[in-house]
Design a protein around this ligand. Structure first.
Ligand SMILES: Nc1ncnc2c1ncn2[C@@H]1O[C@H](COP(=O)(O)OP(=O)(O)OP(=O)(O)O)[C@@H](O)[C@H]1O
Length: 456
Protein backbone atom coordinates (compact mmCIF):
# COMPACT_ATOMS: atom_id res chain seq x y z
CA UNK A 1 0.00 0.00 0.00
CA UNK A 2 1.07 3.52 -0.79
CA UNK A 3 1.84 5.63 2.27
CA UNK A 4 -0.41 8.38 0.90
CA UNK A 5 -3.46 6.12 1.26
CA UNK A 6 -2.65 4.87 4.72
CA UNK A 7 -4.53 5.46 7.95
CA UNK A 8 -2.11 5.57 10.85
CA UNK A 9 -2.76 5.44 14.58
CA UNK A 10 -0.01 6.66 16.92
CA UNK A 11 -0.19 5.68 20.60
CA UNK A 12 2.30 7.23 23.00
CA UNK A 13 1.83 8.95 26.32
CA UNK A 14 4.39 11.65 25.50
CA UNK A 15 2.51 14.65 24.06
CA UNK A 16 5.71 15.84 22.35
CA UNK A 17 6.10 12.55 20.52
CA UNK A 18 2.47 12.64 19.39
CA UNK A 19 2.89 16.22 18.27
CA UNK A 20 6.04 15.56 16.27
CA UNK A 21 4.63 12.42 14.63
CA UNK A 22 1.38 14.14 13.74
CA UNK A 23 3.33 16.95 12.14
CA UNK A 24 5.48 14.59 10.18
CA UNK A 25 2.75 12.22 9.07
CA UNK A 26 -0.15 14.53 8.32
CA UNK A 27 1.27 15.52 4.96
CA UNK A 28 2.50 12.01 4.13
CA UNK A 29 -0.50 9.80 4.89
CA UNK A 30 -4.23 9.89 4.35
CA UNK A 31 -5.13 10.12 8.01
CA UNK A 32 -3.23 10.22 11.26
CA UNK A 33 -4.91 9.76 14.62
CA UNK A 34 -2.91 10.26 17.80
CA UNK A 35 -3.81 8.90 21.21
CA UNK A 36 -1.99 9.18 24.49
CA UNK A 37 -4.02 6.65 26.46
CA UNK A 38 -3.35 3.06 25.37
CA UNK A 39 -6.57 2.01 27.12
CA UNK A 40 -8.43 3.64 24.21
CA UNK A 41 -6.59 1.60 21.61
CA UNK A 42 -9.13 -1.14 21.12
CA UNK A 43 -12.08 1.20 20.93
CA UNK A 44 -10.24 3.26 18.27
CA UNK A 45 -9.46 0.10 16.30
CA UNK A 46 -13.13 -0.82 16.58
CA UNK A 47 -14.26 2.54 15.19
CA UNK A 48 -12.29 2.43 11.95
CA UNK A 49 -9.64 0.27 10.30
CA UNK A 50 -6.02 1.42 10.56
CA UNK A 51 -3.26 0.26 8.25
CA UNK A 52 -0.57 0.70 10.86
CA UNK A 53 -0.24 1.45 14.55
CA UNK A 54 2.87 3.16 15.89
CA UNK A 55 2.96 1.94 19.45
CA UNK A 56 5.14 3.07 22.31
CA UNK A 57 6.49 0.28 24.51
CA UNK A 58 6.48 2.07 27.85
CA UNK A 59 3.76 4.13 29.46
CA UNK A 60 4.13 6.35 32.44
CA UNK A 61 1.74 4.28 34.48
CA UNK A 62 3.69 1.14 33.66
CA UNK A 63 7.24 -0.02 34.15
CA UNK A 64 10.10 0.55 31.75
CA UNK A 65 10.37 -3.08 30.71
CA UNK A 66 8.15 -2.61 27.68
CA UNK A 67 5.74 -5.16 29.12
CA UNK A 68 2.80 -2.83 28.79
CA UNK A 69 3.72 -2.37 25.13
CA UNK A 70 3.80 -6.15 24.67
CA UNK A 71 0.39 -6.41 26.23
CA UNK A 72 -1.03 -3.88 23.77
CA UNK A 73 0.82 -5.47 20.88
CA UNK A 74 -0.92 -8.76 21.67
CA UNK A 75 -4.31 -7.07 21.87
CA UNK A 76 -3.79 -5.39 18.48
CA UNK A 77 -2.73 -8.71 16.93
CA UNK A 78 -5.96 -10.24 18.27
CA UNK A 79 -8.31 -7.44 17.22
CA UNK A 80 -6.70 -6.27 13.99
CA UNK A 81 -4.39 -9.03 12.76
CA UNK A 82 -3.78 -7.37 9.39
CA UNK A 83 -2.75 -4.02 10.88
CA UNK A 84 1.02 -3.45 10.84
CA UNK A 85 2.39 -2.64 14.27
CA UNK A 86 5.59 -0.62 14.58
CA UNK A 87 7.02 -0.37 18.04
CA UNK A 88 8.64 2.82 19.25
CA UNK A 89 11.70 1.81 21.26
CA UNK A 90 14.62 3.66 22.75
CA UNK A 91 18.11 3.56 21.32
CA UNK A 92 20.06 0.59 22.59
CA UNK A 93 16.96 -1.23 23.80
CA UNK A 94 17.96 -4.31 21.85
CA UNK A 95 16.13 -6.89 23.87
CA UNK A 96 12.81 -5.11 23.66
CA UNK A 97 13.08 -4.64 19.89
CA UNK A 98 14.01 -8.26 19.31
CA UNK A 99 11.24 -9.50 21.58
CA UNK A 100 8.80 -7.18 19.83
CA UNK A 101 9.61 -8.62 16.42
CA UNK A 102 9.28 -12.10 17.79
CA UNK A 103 5.94 -11.24 19.35
CA UNK A 104 4.52 -10.22 16.01
CA UNK A 105 5.48 -6.57 15.53
CA UNK A 106 6.09 -5.68 11.90
CA UNK A 107 9.11 -3.54 12.66
CA UNK A 108 10.42 -1.09 15.19
CA UNK A 109 11.27 2.59 15.17
CA UNK A 110 14.00 4.09 17.25
CA UNK A 111 13.55 7.18 19.37
CA UNK A 112 14.71 9.75 18.52
CA UNK A 113 14.11 9.09 14.87
CA UNK A 114 15.26 10.41 11.51
CA UNK A 115 12.15 11.50 9.64
CA UNK A 116 13.23 9.96 6.33
CA UNK A 117 14.08 6.69 7.95
CA UNK A 118 10.80 6.59 9.85
CA UNK A 119 8.85 7.16 6.64
CA UNK A 120 10.85 4.48 4.84
CA UNK A 121 10.23 1.95 7.59
CA UNK A 122 6.56 2.79 7.67
CA UNK A 123 6.30 2.46 3.88
CA UNK A 124 8.04 -0.92 4.03
CA UNK A 125 5.71 -2.09 6.80
CA UNK A 126 2.70 -1.28 4.65
CA UNK A 127 3.84 -3.50 1.79
CA UNK A 128 1.63 -6.57 1.43
CA UNK A 129 3.05 -9.67 3.03
CA UNK A 130 2.22 -13.04 1.56
CA UNK A 131 3.32 -16.56 2.36
CA UNK A 132 2.17 -16.35 5.95
CA UNK A 133 2.88 -19.63 7.64
CA UNK A 134 0.40 -20.90 10.16
CA UNK A 135 2.38 -22.37 13.00
CA UNK A 136 1.69 -23.56 16.45
CA UNK A 137 3.04 -20.27 17.70
CA UNK A 138 0.27 -17.98 16.46
CA UNK A 139 1.90 -14.71 17.52
CA UNK A 140 4.94 -15.15 15.23
CA UNK A 141 5.11 -12.77 12.30
CA UNK A 142 4.83 -14.25 8.84
CA UNK A 143 8.30 -15.49 8.07
CA UNK A 144 8.50 -16.75 4.52
CA UNK A 145 12.27 -16.99 4.71
CA UNK A 146 12.55 -19.56 7.42
CA UNK A 147 12.48 -23.20 6.53
CA UNK A 148 16.04 -24.48 6.60
CA UNK A 149 19.18 -23.49 8.44
CA UNK A 150 21.24 -22.23 5.54
CA UNK A 151 24.98 -21.62 5.50
CA UNK A 152 28.01 -23.36 4.05
CA UNK A 153 30.54 -22.18 6.64
CA UNK A 154 32.26 -24.97 8.59
CA UNK A 155 30.49 -23.80 11.75
CA UNK A 156 27.03 -24.10 10.19
CA UNK A 157 27.81 -27.44 8.63
CA UNK A 158 28.76 -28.70 12.07
CA UNK A 159 25.55 -27.33 13.59
CA UNK A 160 23.48 -29.12 10.95
CA UNK A 161 25.40 -32.37 11.53
CA UNK A 162 24.72 -32.26 15.29
CA UNK A 163 21.04 -31.49 14.67
CA UNK A 164 20.76 -34.45 12.34
CA UNK A 165 22.32 -36.71 14.94
CA UNK A 166 20.35 -35.49 17.94
CA UNK A 167 16.96 -34.88 16.30
CA UNK A 168 15.72 -38.51 16.24
CA UNK A 169 16.55 -38.98 19.94
CA UNK A 170 14.47 -37.83 22.90
CA UNK A 171 17.31 -35.69 24.28
CA UNK A 172 16.44 -32.26 25.63
CA UNK A 173 18.45 -29.68 23.70
CA UNK A 174 19.64 -26.29 24.88
CA UNK A 175 20.33 -23.87 22.04
CA UNK A 176 22.78 -21.10 22.83
CA UNK A 177 23.78 -18.08 20.78
CA UNK A 178 23.28 -14.38 20.30
CA UNK A 179 19.94 -12.93 19.26
CA UNK A 180 18.99 -13.70 15.69
CA UNK A 181 21.53 -16.47 15.12
CA UNK A 182 18.85 -19.04 14.28
CA UNK A 183 18.13 -20.79 17.60
CA UNK A 184 14.40 -21.03 16.99
CA UNK A 185 14.98 -22.17 13.43
CA UNK A 186 17.33 -24.85 14.79
CA UNK A 187 14.61 -25.90 17.24
CA UNK A 188 12.09 -26.25 14.40
CA UNK A 189 14.62 -28.21 12.43
CA UNK A 190 15.18 -30.56 15.39
CA UNK A 191 11.43 -31.07 15.65
CA UNK A 192 10.95 -31.63 11.92
CA UNK A 193 13.65 -34.30 11.87
CA UNK A 194 12.35 -35.98 15.03
CA UNK A 195 9.93 -38.84 15.56
CA UNK A 196 7.51 -36.26 16.91
CA UNK A 197 7.42 -34.31 13.62
CA UNK A 198 3.76 -35.11 12.96
CA UNK A 199 2.78 -33.81 16.41
CA UNK A 200 2.70 -30.15 17.51
CA UNK A 201 5.67 -27.82 17.84
CA UNK A 202 4.69 -25.27 20.46
CA UNK A 203 6.86 -22.25 21.21
CA UNK A 204 6.68 -19.96 24.23
CA UNK A 205 8.78 -16.86 24.89
CA UNK A 206 9.09 -17.27 28.62
CA UNK A 207 10.98 -14.01 29.21
CA UNK A 208 7.85 -12.11 28.26
CA UNK A 209 5.83 -13.77 31.03
CA UNK A 210 5.42 -12.35 34.51
CA UNK A 211 5.46 -14.83 37.37
CA UNK A 212 1.67 -15.21 37.43
CA UNK A 213 1.34 -15.41 33.65
CA UNK A 214 4.19 -17.93 33.45
CA UNK A 215 2.17 -20.56 35.31
CA UNK A 216 -1.09 -20.00 33.48
CA UNK A 217 0.58 -19.83 30.04
CA UNK A 218 2.63 -22.97 30.55
CA UNK A 219 0.38 -25.07 32.75
CA UNK A 220 -3.07 -23.65 31.87
CA UNK A 221 -5.81 -22.46 34.17
CA UNK A 222 -9.33 -23.33 35.16
CA UNK A 223 -12.36 -21.08 34.73
CA UNK A 224 -12.46 -18.50 37.50
CA UNK A 225 -8.88 -19.20 38.64
CA UNK A 226 -8.27 -15.45 38.52
CA UNK A 227 -10.28 -12.35 37.61
CA UNK A 228 -9.80 -12.54 33.84
CA UNK A 229 -10.12 -16.31 33.57
CA UNK A 230 -13.56 -16.45 31.97
CA UNK A 231 -12.97 -19.95 30.61
CA UNK A 232 -10.50 -22.73 31.31
CA UNK A 233 -7.48 -22.68 29.05
CA UNK A 234 -4.96 -25.34 28.18
CA UNK A 235 -1.31 -24.40 28.80
CA UNK A 236 1.61 -24.76 26.38
CA UNK A 237 2.75 -28.04 27.96
CA UNK A 238 -0.59 -29.68 27.24
CA UNK A 239 -0.80 -28.11 23.79
CA UNK A 240 2.57 -29.66 22.98
CA UNK A 241 1.55 -33.09 24.29
CA UNK A 242 3.09 -35.80 22.12
CA UNK A 243 5.23 -33.18 20.37
CA UNK A 244 7.91 -30.62 21.12
CA UNK A 245 7.83 -27.68 23.51
CA UNK A 246 10.26 -24.87 22.72
CA UNK A 247 10.96 -22.46 25.57
CA UNK A 248 12.71 -19.38 24.31
CA UNK A 249 14.69 -16.90 26.47
CA UNK A 250 14.93 -19.50 29.23
CA UNK A 251 17.88 -17.68 30.83
CA UNK A 252 15.63 -14.78 31.75
CA UNK A 253 13.18 -16.48 34.08
CA UNK A 254 13.32 -15.88 37.80
CA UNK A 255 14.01 -18.47 40.48
CA UNK A 256 10.32 -19.04 41.37
CA UNK A 257 9.51 -19.81 37.71
CA UNK A 258 12.56 -22.05 37.51
CA UNK A 259 11.32 -24.08 40.48
CA UNK A 260 7.89 -24.51 38.90
CA UNK A 261 9.36 -25.54 35.58
CA UNK A 262 11.69 -28.05 37.20
CA UNK A 263 8.82 -29.65 39.11
CA UNK A 264 6.77 -30.02 35.93
CA UNK A 265 9.72 -31.55 34.06
CA UNK A 266 10.60 -33.95 36.88
CA UNK A 267 7.03 -35.12 37.40
CA UNK A 268 6.12 -35.07 33.71
CA UNK A 269 2.85 -33.47 34.68
CA UNK A 270 1.41 -30.01 35.13
CA UNK A 271 -1.16 -28.64 37.54
CA UNK A 272 -3.31 -25.92 35.92
CA UNK A 273 -3.74 -22.74 37.98
CA UNK A 274 -6.92 -23.06 40.04
CA UNK A 275 -6.90 -26.86 39.90
CA UNK A 276 -5.35 -29.51 42.06
CA UNK A 277 -5.61 -32.27 39.50
CA UNK A 278 -2.30 -32.98 37.78
CA UNK A 279 -2.36 -33.52 34.02
CA UNK A 280 0.28 -35.91 32.62
CA UNK A 281 2.25 -34.52 29.68
CA UNK A 282 4.61 -36.13 27.20
CA UNK A 283 6.82 -33.48 25.66
CA UNK A 284 10.32 -33.18 24.30
CA UNK A 285 11.85 -30.01 25.60
CA UNK A 286 13.97 -27.69 23.52
CA UNK A 287 15.06 -24.40 25.04
CA UNK A 288 17.11 -21.43 23.98
CA UNK A 289 18.84 -18.45 25.46
CA UNK A 290 21.29 -15.75 24.54
CA UNK A 291 22.27 -15.42 28.18
CA UNK A 292 25.49 -17.01 29.46
CA UNK A 293 23.63 -19.78 31.25
CA UNK A 294 26.70 -21.42 32.77
CA UNK A 295 27.78 -18.09 34.24
CA UNK A 296 24.26 -17.57 35.62
CA UNK A 297 24.50 -20.95 37.33
CA UNK A 298 27.88 -19.97 38.79
CA UNK A 299 26.32 -16.71 40.00
CA UNK A 300 23.42 -18.55 41.59
CA UNK A 301 20.70 -16.91 39.49
CA UNK A 302 19.96 -20.03 37.46
CA UNK A 303 19.41 -23.42 39.07
CA UNK A 304 22.03 -25.97 38.19
CA UNK A 305 19.58 -28.88 38.46
CA UNK A 306 17.29 -27.17 35.95
CA UNK A 307 20.17 -26.52 33.59
CA UNK A 308 21.08 -30.22 33.68
CA UNK A 309 17.49 -31.04 32.74
CA UNK A 310 17.62 -28.66 29.80
CA UNK A 311 21.05 -29.31 28.36
CA UNK A 312 21.37 -33.02 27.71
CA UNK A 313 22.82 -31.71 24.48
CA UNK A 314 23.99 -28.14 23.91
CA UNK A 315 24.21 -26.56 20.49
CA UNK A 316 25.77 -23.13 20.00
CA UNK A 317 24.73 -21.11 16.97
CA UNK A 318 27.69 -19.01 15.80
CA UNK A 319 27.31 -15.24 15.31
CA UNK A 320 27.03 -14.13 11.71
CA UNK A 321 30.18 -11.99 11.88
CA UNK A 322 32.20 -15.19 12.30
CA UNK A 323 30.91 -16.64 9.03
CA UNK A 324 31.34 -13.94 6.42
CA UNK A 325 30.71 -16.31 3.50
CA UNK A 326 27.30 -17.15 4.86
CA UNK A 327 26.42 -13.45 4.74
CA UNK A 328 26.40 -13.42 0.94
CA UNK A 329 24.64 -16.74 0.63
CA UNK A 330 21.94 -15.64 3.07
CA UNK A 331 21.62 -12.19 1.48
CA UNK A 332 20.98 -13.75 -1.94
CA UNK A 333 18.54 -16.20 -0.43
CA UNK A 334 16.55 -13.48 1.33
CA UNK A 335 16.57 -11.32 -1.82
CA UNK A 336 14.92 -14.20 -3.71
CA UNK A 337 12.37 -14.81 -0.98
CA UNK A 338 11.37 -11.18 -0.59
CA UNK A 339 11.34 -10.45 -4.32
CA UNK A 340 9.00 -13.43 -4.79
CA UNK A 341 6.82 -12.24 -1.94
CA UNK A 342 6.51 -8.79 -3.52
CA UNK A 343 6.16 -10.22 -7.03
CA UNK A 344 9.26 -8.32 -8.12
CA UNK A 345 12.23 -9.49 -10.20
CA UNK A 346 15.07 -10.80 -8.03
CA UNK A 347 17.62 -7.98 -7.68
CA UNK A 348 21.36 -8.43 -8.14
CA UNK A 349 23.87 -7.12 -5.62
CA UNK A 350 26.57 -4.70 -6.78
CA UNK A 351 30.12 -5.67 -5.76
CA UNK A 352 30.25 -2.65 -3.43
CA UNK A 353 26.98 -3.65 -1.79
CA UNK A 354 28.29 -7.17 -1.18
CA UNK A 355 31.46 -5.67 0.33
CA UNK A 356 29.35 -3.48 2.60
CA UNK A 357 27.35 -6.49 3.75
CA UNK A 358 30.48 -8.52 4.41
CA UNK A 359 32.17 -5.73 6.33
CA UNK A 360 29.20 -5.06 8.60
CA UNK A 361 29.42 -6.66 12.06
CA UNK A 362 25.75 -7.83 12.14
CA UNK A 363 25.10 -7.38 15.85
CA UNK A 364 21.51 -8.51 15.20
CA UNK A 365 22.85 -11.51 13.23
CA UNK A 366 20.71 -13.25 10.60
CA UNK A 367 17.56 -11.43 11.66
CA UNK A 368 19.25 -8.08 11.03
CA UNK A 369 20.47 -9.24 7.63
CA UNK A 370 17.00 -10.51 6.77
CA UNK A 371 15.41 -7.16 7.61
CA UNK A 372 18.14 -5.22 5.79
CA UNK A 373 17.54 -7.23 2.61
CA UNK A 374 13.76 -7.04 3.00
CA UNK A 375 13.95 -3.24 3.15
CA UNK A 376 16.48 -3.04 0.30
CA UNK A 377 14.27 -5.18 -1.96
CA UNK A 378 11.25 -2.98 -1.28
CA UNK A 379 12.94 0.38 -1.35
CA UNK A 380 15.90 -0.27 -3.70
CA UNK A 381 15.92 2.04 -6.68
CA UNK A 382 16.79 -0.42 -9.46
CA UNK A 383 17.51 -4.01 -10.50
CA UNK A 384 20.93 -3.86 -8.82
CA UNK A 385 21.14 -3.25 -5.09
CA UNK A 386 23.72 -0.61 -4.18
CA UNK A 387 25.43 0.15 -0.86
CA UNK A 388 23.02 3.05 -0.30
CA UNK A 389 20.11 0.59 -0.33
CA UNK A 390 21.36 -0.90 2.93
CA UNK A 391 20.95 1.16 6.04
CA UNK A 392 21.91 -0.75 9.12
CA UNK A 393 19.42 0.36 11.64
CA UNK A 394 18.95 -2.41 14.12
CA UNK A 395 19.09 -0.94 17.62
CA UNK A 396 22.49 -2.58 18.03
CA UNK A 397 23.82 -1.04 14.86
CA UNK A 398 22.19 2.25 15.58
CA UNK A 399 23.75 2.38 19.01
CA UNK A 400 27.12 1.52 17.55
CA UNK A 401 26.89 4.04 14.74
CA UNK A 402 25.66 6.77 17.04
CA UNK A 403 28.82 6.45 19.04
CA UNK A 404 30.88 6.75 15.90
CA UNK A 405 28.78 9.40 14.21
CA UNK A 406 29.87 12.97 13.96
CA UNK A 407 27.82 15.48 15.87
CA UNK A 408 26.27 16.74 12.65
CA UNK A 409 24.99 13.28 11.81
CA UNK A 410 23.37 12.69 15.15
CA UNK A 411 19.58 12.75 15.29
CA UNK A 412 18.13 15.93 16.68
CA UNK A 413 16.54 15.76 20.10
CA UNK A 414 12.78 15.79 19.86
CA UNK A 415 12.37 19.27 21.32
CA UNK A 416 14.69 20.67 18.71
CA UNK A 417 12.76 18.92 15.96
CA UNK A 418 9.57 20.50 17.26
CA UNK A 419 11.17 23.95 17.47
CA UNK A 420 12.60 23.71 13.95
CA UNK A 421 9.31 22.53 12.53
CA UNK A 422 7.42 25.40 14.09
CA UNK A 423 9.98 27.94 12.91
CA UNK A 424 9.84 26.58 9.38
CA UNK A 425 6.03 26.65 9.31
CA UNK A 426 5.98 30.25 10.52
CA UNK A 427 8.59 31.23 7.92
CA UNK A 428 6.61 29.48 5.17
CA UNK A 429 3.56 31.56 6.07
CA UNK A 430 5.53 34.82 6.44
CA UNK A 431 4.76 35.10 10.13
CA UNK A 432 1.02 34.39 9.82
CA UNK A 433 0.46 32.38 12.98
CA UNK A 434 -3.09 31.34 12.10
CA UNK A 435 -1.91 29.73 8.88
CA UNK A 436 1.14 28.21 10.56
CA UNK A 437 -1.04 26.74 13.33
CA UNK A 438 -3.42 25.30 10.74
CA UNK A 439 -0.58 23.66 8.86
CA UNK A 440 0.81 22.23 12.07
CA UNK A 441 -2.58 20.82 13.07
CA UNK A 442 -2.65 23.02 16.19
CA UNK A 443 -5.01 25.59 17.62
CA UNK A 444 -3.57 29.09 17.81
CA UNK A 445 -3.48 28.82 21.61
CA UNK A 446 -1.54 25.57 21.40
CA UNK A 447 0.89 27.22 19.01
CA UNK A 448 1.32 30.20 21.35
CA UNK A 449 2.08 27.80 24.21
CA UNK A 450 4.80 26.22 22.12
CA UNK A 451 6.21 29.58 21.02
CA UNK A 452 6.49 30.37 24.68
CA UNK A 453 8.07 27.04 25.53
CA UNK A 454 10.74 27.37 22.84
CA UNK A 455 11.23 31.11 23.39
CA UNK A 456 10.55 31.71 19.66
N1 LIG B 1 20.98 -20.20 9.01
C1 LIG B 1 19.83 -19.59 8.67
N2 LIG B 1 19.30 -19.79 7.46
C2 LIG B 1 18.16 -19.15 7.08
N3 LIG B 1 17.49 -18.32 7.89
C3 LIG B 1 17.98 -18.10 9.11
C4 LIG B 1 19.17 -18.73 9.57
N4 LIG B 1 19.40 -18.33 10.83
C5 LIG B 1 18.41 -17.51 11.15
N5 LIG B 1 17.55 -17.36 10.14
C6 LIG B 1 16.36 -16.49 10.11
O1 LIG B 1 16.69 -15.37 10.93
C7 LIG B 1 15.59 -15.02 11.75
C8 LIG B 1 16.02 -15.11 13.21
O2 LIG B 1 16.22 -16.48 13.52
P1 LIG B 1 15.70 -17.12 14.88
O3 LIG B 1 14.41 -16.49 15.31
O4 LIG B 1 15.72 -18.58 14.72
O5 LIG B 1 16.88 -16.60 15.82
P2 LIG B 1 17.03 -16.77 17.38
O6 LIG B 1 18.45 -17.08 17.64
O7 LIG B 1 15.99 -17.71 17.91
O8 LIG B 1 16.74 -15.32 17.84
P3 LIG B 1 16.38 -14.81 19.33
O9 LIG B 1 17.55 -15.05 20.20
O10 LIG B 1 16.15 -13.38 19.12
O11 LIG B 1 15.17 -15.58 19.75
C9 LIG B 1 14.46 -15.98 11.42
O12 LIG B 1 13.61 -15.37 10.47
C10 LIG B 1 15.17 -17.14 10.79
O13 LIG B 1 14.35 -17.78 9.85
Amino acid sequence: MNLKHARILVVDDEPDVLFALRLLLKTEVREVVTEKNPERLLSLLGQQPFDAVLLDMNYRSGQTTGNEGFYWLDRIREHAPTTAVLLLTAYGDVRTAVRALKAGATDFLLKPWHNDQLLQTLAAALQPKTGSKSGSSPKKPADPAATTLLGESAAMQEVRAIIEKVAPTEANVLLLGENGTGKELAAKSLHEQSRRAARPFVAADVAALSEGLFESELFGHTKGAFTDAQASRMGRFEAANGGTLFLDEIGNIGLPQQAKLLTALQNRQVVPVGSNVPVPVDIRLLSATNAPLHALVARGTFRQDLMYRLNTVEITLPPLRERADDVLLLARHFAQVYAARNRQPVPEFSAAALRKLQEHAWPGNVRELQHAVDRAVILGAGPVLLPADFSFRSPESAAASTTAATVAEQPLPLLEVEKNTIQQAIARHQGNLTKAARELGLTRTALYRRLDKHAI
